[in-house]
Design a protein around this ligand. Structure first.
Ligand code: PFF
Length: 445
């Protein structure tokens, strides 16, 4: 059977979790919400909601050893075949992958740019980024195609030969680069400022939007709500301690987000730049700072963007695998055929996403005030991922035999720990997500 090794699973699940969400999104969202207090709220969301759902997905995958759709039928106590629709969550993976691949394409472009002269003013950096996103359609398509081909090439080789191998190579490389960058950040005077920005609580910007952002970020960063963790855990050896590995992954993922934040804020404060620059933070603010550091700046820029690329590729492969496994097992497809179909879908959606930000096509690809790129992000992170998480929790709480779950948990943890997790998964987490979701969709104010 094509299963992960124990260490291969941890690397692959951590590789999935650690991605653009940690190095690109977490720092800029933290910056927008004022630092420390947001970090604290985020950590609470990781521990009390993210980790609970992560363990739930991992339990389901390891118990069933099949694709997401069949998992729901196999584990449910009623064997109601309608549960197969639980498998729908995997399609969100293709939507996320389409715009994720476009952003990875930008990163590839910035790796190439980092070999040359970096911009020496914020205006130049800003206009360079805007030019790429709103005018350079051809260039974006080239880079998006390269990323799509790399992703397809890896998943074509399967779990063990493709996904496990690439994670065993790229994750240590990512770790080395990040520690190098952290060591450099530590040598800067602004490191202490970065620490106090990230760890001293400023509650003034914490409102319901901050809570939602923290929850959404916790889901996104732990790769929850599209069946990735379920699918990877289906290939986790049967007797492995899935609870321990869930903790490992959450710890690695959170540490890397914090480290990335410390690095980026040290760099920003060193140059006297703003921490609240939004999504352009790494594409606009950082290149200007690197540009002031001469050749060392080029080396740091290349390392930084390579780290982002490595982190992103290991996440990209994990977004498509759940759909592949579903197509292979339920529709009896060969891996190759499944990869060609799913690869074409996300590739084309990615082109729509990038066109929707271009000056030439944005009018025709904007609907109800949001362009296609933002819609794809919204539909997945704000709608389908939280709904999938609610369904997963309620399924476990109400449609799976409690004793079966308990037996598996108590092989690894005490009954007390199991009971805490069970109450969280059955009542508290679905309720919390529902309230936040309805709030976000504007149903309750
Ligand atoms: N966790 C990834 C990140 O932080 O960038 C993104 C992601 C990967 C989301 C896999 C969802 C997923 F299934």
């Amino acid at each position: 059977m094509n299963k992960f090794s124990r260490i291969g699973f941890i690397f692959a699940a951590a590789g999935s979790a650690v991605g653009l969400g940690n190095i690109w999104k977490f720092p800029y969202v933290t910056g927008e919400f004022g630092g420390g207090a947001f970090v604290l709220v985020y950590l609470l969301c990781i521990v009390f909601i993210g980790l609970v759902v992560f363990i739930a997905e991992s339990f389901l995958g390891q118990s069933s050893e099949v694709n997401v759709s069949s998992t729901f039928i196999k584990v449910s106590k009623s064997k109601n075949s309608n549960w197969k629709y639980g498998g729908f969550m995997v399609f969100a993976g293709l939507i996320i992958l389409s715009f994720y691949s476009v952003v990875l394409g930008w990163i590839l472009n910035y790796i190439v740019l980092s070999f040359g002269n970096l911009p020496n003013s914020a205006e130049l950096a800003g206009s360079g980024f805007n030019q790429l996103v709103s005018e350079d359609i051809g260039l974006q398509i080239v880079f998006h195609s390269i990323v799509a081909l790399i992703t397809i090439f890896i998943v074509l080789r399967g779990i063990k030969e493709g996904i496990e191998k690439i994670n065993l190579i790229l994750m240590p490389l990512l770790g080395i680069i990040l520690f190098g960058l952290l060591a450099y950040a530590l040598s800067l005077d602004s490191f202490s400022k970065a620490v106090s920005f990230m760890f001293s609580a400023n509650w003034s910007k914490i409102d319901e939007n901050a809570l939602l952002a923290a929850l959404g970020q916790a889901f996104f960063t732990l790769s929850l709500g599209i069946g990735t963790i379920m699918t990877y855990s289906a290939s986790l050896p049967k007797n492995e301690n899935f609870i321990k590995s869930s903790f490992y992954v959450a710890i690695v993922d959170t540490s890397i987000a914090i480290i990335a934040g410390l690095i980026i804020f040290s760099f920003l404060f060193e140059a006297g730049a703003q921490s609240s620059a939004g999504p352009g933070l790494v594409f606009i603010s950082l290149p200007v700072i690197f540009g002031q550091w001469g050749t060392l700046g080029n080396i740091i820029a290349i390392s930084f963007f390579s780290a982002l690329l490595f982190a992103g590729i290991t996440s990209a492969v994990s977004m498509i695998e759940p759909v592949l496994m579903l197509f292979i097992e339920r529709f009896n497809m060969t891996r190759k055929k499944a990869v060609i179909i799913c690869g074409s879908i996300f590739y084309l959606l990615g082109i729509i996403a990038l066109l929707s930000m271009s000056n030439a096509f944005k009018d025709s690809l904007t609907f109800f005030g949001k362009n296609a790129f933002d819609w794809m992000d919204f539909i997945t992170s704000s709608v389908s991922m939280p709904i999938a998480a609610i369904v997963t929790c309620l399924f476990l709480g109400f449609f799976v035999d409690k004793q079966t779950i308990q037996n598996k948990f108590t092989q690894h943890v005490s009954i007390g720990m199991f009971n805490i997790w069970y109450v969280l998964v059955k009542y508290i987490v679905p309720l919390a997500i529902t309230i936040l979701l309805l709030n976000k969709l504007g149903v309750i104010q």
